[in-house]
Design a protein around this ligand. Structure first.
Ligand SMILES: [Zn+2]
Length: 310
């Protein structure tokens, strides 16, 4: 069996009545995220930052032994390994070049390794091995604003010692958005870079640990699409109706292509590319359970290392 170089997940998810990502709240009105597509169409979006954050949280949750994470990632601190270096005494920190710092982070932490980090001193960055684009509403997305009222017994009524029968109540109105529709999803995962130091291009962890992190990341993909977390899930937990698409698996050192599922013919386009460049497989999934099966299937495969030949 050939080894997995890169994976792209390209799909369409149908979520009803969610409010996963919002622009912000002005007064008591929460505005949904609006993005503009190439043809000028305005649509709804869930940012890549939000999706990546959810993947990190799922990885953390699925990591049984939190000691496999650095001190910062054990408590889901967003600055990751940088916090560890910031806390070091100056003299101790002097010992580190960024190459050494990256090696420390990669060996100590599955999240720092896979999701990347920035270090202030010694200055440097590790790019993430997992990338997400915006989840984009495929026109048309249905939007609605629901008014949510909170009632409290009014001051005057309370002063008078009135009971429940008192009509004088105060009322706070909140305007909260919900959306329903089909969303295009693009994500890229680069297993060949797991454990690979991006300064000296050496693997800093054993093949067994690289494989373990690969499986953990794939499991986190399953967990996030089975139950999408995000904003306002307390009262607007999304209704997942459907998830279908393709998992593109590159088996050779050729980048896995990413074609947007915004385009109705994205599967055919990928098949067209495949007929010209025979370096990847296209695994279709027609339901959420299909997706779970497909991920399980590739989870059992070995992963590519620099220096491997086909
Ligand atoms: Zn970490």
């Amino acid at each position: 069996m050939s080894k997995v170089y890169e994976i792209s997940i390209l799909g369409r998810a149908v979520w009803d009545l969610h409010s996963l990502n919002n622009e912000g709240t002005v007064g008591n009105v929460t505005e949904p995220r609006t993005v503009v597509l190439a043809d000028g169409t305005k649509t709804d979006g869930i940012s890549g930052e939000m999706l990546k954050h959810i993947h990190v949280a799922k990885m953390w949750e699925l990591e049984k032994n939190k000691k496999n994470l650095c001190e910062a990632c054990q408590v889901l601190e967003p600055t990751r390994i940088d916090r560890v270096f910031q806390k070091m005494k100056k003299d101790e920190r002097k010992e580190y070049t960024f190459e050494k710092a990256a090696s420390k982070a990669i060996s100590e932490c599955a999240i720092c390794d896979l999701h990347g980090f920035l270090v202030q001193t010694p200055t440097g960055a590790r790019p993430s091995t997992i990338e997400f684009g915006w989840a984009l509403g495929i026109p048309k997305i249905y939007r609605d604003i629901h008014v949510h009222a909170r009632h409290a017994l009014g001051e005057k009524a309370r002063e008078k010692g009135a009971g429940k029968e008192a009509v004088e109540t105060t009322q706070m109105l909140y305007h909260r958005p919900t959306r329903s529709g089909m969303y295009a999803i693009v994500s890229l995962f680069q297993p060949w870079r797991i454990g690979l130091n991006n300064v000296n291009f050496e693997y800093n962890i054993e093949p067994k640990e690289r494989k373990r992190r690969y499986e953990l990341a794939l499991k986190a993909y399953q967990a996030m699409f089975l139950r999408m977390d995000g904003a306002m899930t307390t009262t607007r937990l999304p209704h997942l109706e459907d998830f279908e698409g393709v998992i593109v698996v590159s088996n050779n050192n050729f980048p896995a292509p990413v074609v947007s599922p915004l385009n109705n013919g994205y599967k055919e386009k990928l098949k067209g590319i495949q007929s010209q460049i025979d370096t990847f497989e296209i695994l279709e999934f027609n339901s959420i359970s299909d997706f779970v099966n497909r991920i399980n299937e590739i989870s059992g495969r070995d992963i590519y290392s620099i220096g491997d030949s086909k």
